[in-house]
Structure formats: C-alpha cells, structure tokens
Design a protein around this ligand. Structure first.
Ligand SMILES: O=c1ccn([C@@H]2O[C@H](COP(=O)(O)O)[C@@H](O)[C@H]2O)c(=O)[nH]1
Length: 270
C-alpha cells in the first residue's frame, strides 16, 4: 500500500486527523529518564504507544534526533511504529532541498535508511531538487507552502506576477509535480486565510498543518478553512503540547489525553 492509500485508510479507521509530532527534548523528559541511556527512544516509544489510537500519522522531526547523535534512535522508533502500529504512516520532517545529485541521497536517507512513508521537502530550489522524492511513487512528498512561523510571509507572501509566492507553490505542485499523486503541502495553522486559499487551489490534496498547540493556532479555524470536500484532507500536527503535556511520570497518559482532546476538538467542527 502506498503512502496516500495508507493515509486515507488511517483517516477512516481512526476517525482522527491528528498527526502526533515527535520532537524529543531530553531536558523536558520526566525524571525517570535521567539515567536512561536510551532515553530519546524510550520516551518517544512510550508516547507513540500511548497516542497511537488517536493518531492518523506520526511526524518525527529529524533535527531533534540528529543534534544529539540519535539517528539510530530515530531509525528504531520508525521501525517500532511500523511493527507495533502497522497502517499508521510516518512522515519524516526533514525539510530537505538541494541540487538533484544531493537530493537523491536525501531521498535515500528518508525512504531507505529511515523507512519513512513520507518526507517534508523545501521547494525553493525548484522541481529538479524535489524530483528524487517525487520519483518514489509509493512514498509521500510533503512540500512547504505557507509555513507556520512568524516570518513565513517575508518571502512566501511576496507578490509574484499578481499572486503571492505561496499560491504559485500550491498551484505548481497540484498541477505539475503531482503526477504520481504522492504530493501534500505544509500550511501553518497560524495562517487560516492562506489555508483557505491553498485549499481552493489544490482540491482534495492532503495538507499537513503544524502550528496548533504550542504555536497557538486555532483548531476551529483550521477545520473551517482547510477541510477537504470529503471531510478529511488534513493532518493537524502537534508536538510539544502532546509530548510535554505532563512533566511527571504520567507523561504517557497525559500525552494520550492531549491527543484525544485534539482529535475530539477537530471532530467537533468537521
Ligand atoms: O511550518 C512549519 C513546518 C514544520 N513545523 C514543525 O512542526 C513541529 C511543530 O511543533 P509544535 O511543538 O507543535 O509547535 C516542529 O517539529 C516544527 O519543526 C512547524 O512548526 N511549522
């Protein structure tokens, strides 16, 4: 089953549009992990197991692992998701983008080394920089369109021939880059008006929506502006608000409650 088929099946089986972000920060781990040599893996695994019921996808962010030399833990974590929770896609948030000869190694890193089902990519270098990802028809390519951060508009909102740049990205990806039907876009929850514009351009294409929870995006506005015609189409991603819902030894139960609350909050407005 390819990424898009798995995602659609998971949306339907879980009745959830929640993507659980995995951004390990050992300084925020509960005290029981202080002397744990494999803390990054163990903490993330516990959160995965506690929240799987409420997740349509998991999204590990690679820098949180690589900065601590924990790529091995990342690989084992993704393998754990596939083994313990088959059918839940893993999106590796790496935001890759480079000339084609290097991008092919980034594609191999995400899909062969780490066995991710999808990866985030930066379109700024143009199509040839994303082509090695697009060519993997069974895997997803989640392309930055309008990011969630405060400075997103510095370039992404610039007027280019009468339309903001991010709308050109949405249109180009939907019309030209999606030949295998394996593309999705990133749009921040913090920009609901732009989310509405993107949805109008791309039809039912899946949208990964970071920015609820710790970044303050409004769930109702996300659903109102971003839902696809079929009542799905969104992966509403939250990392810190789920991972660190409790700093105590009830971290896993608290993470499950936070993921459930987000799922229910989204579903109230669907
Ligand atoms: O536009 C973007 C693209 C990616 N991200 C990533 O999502 C999570 C958000 O974490 P929270 O704790 O839920 O704020 C993080 O991994 C970012 O790198 C984003 O925030 N915005």
């Amino acid at each position: 089953m390819d990424f898009m088929q798995a995602l659609r099946q998971r949306w339907s089986e879980s009745d959830s549009l929640v993507c659980v972000g995995l951004d390990p920060e050992p300084a925020k781990f509960p005290p029981k992990f202080t002397d744990e040599p494999d803390a990054i893996f163990a903490f993330c695994r516990d959160v995965v197991d506690a929240t799987a019921e409420f997740a349509c996808a998991f999204k590990p962010q690679i820098a949180h692992f690589a900065a601590r030399g924990a790529e091995d833990a990342l690989g084992r974590l993704i393998a754990h998701v596939h083994a313990a929770h088959p059918g839940i896609p893993v999106i590796l948030d790496a935001k890759r983008g480079d000339i084609g000869s290097t991008a092919q190694h980034y594609a191999a890193e995400a899909f062969d080394r780490f066995q991710a089902d999808a990866v985030t990519a930066n379109p700024y270098l143009g199509r040839d920089s994303v082509q090695p990802f697009l060519d993997r028809a069974d895997r997803g390519v989640v392309i930055l369109c309008h990011t969630s951060n405060p400075g997103a508009g510095h370039f992404q909102d610039l007027d280019v021939g009468g339309r903001p740049l991010y709308q050109h990205v949405a249109e180009r990806v939907a019309r030209d880059w999606n030949g295998h039907g394996n593309c999705a876009l990133v749009v921040g929850a913090t920009w609901p008006a732009q989310l509405r514009e993107v949805r109008a351009i791309v039809g039912d294409m899946p949208l990964l929506i970071p920015g609820v929870g710790a970044q303050g995006g409004d769930v109702e506005a996300v659903v109102r502006n971003g839902l696809a015609a079929d009542g799905a189409g969104l992966l509403v991603s939250s990392s810190r608000a789920i991972l660190y819902a409790s700093g105590g030894d009830d971290y896993d139960e608290a993470a499950a409650l936070a993921a459930k609350a987000l799922r229910d909050g989204i579903n109230r407005h669907r």
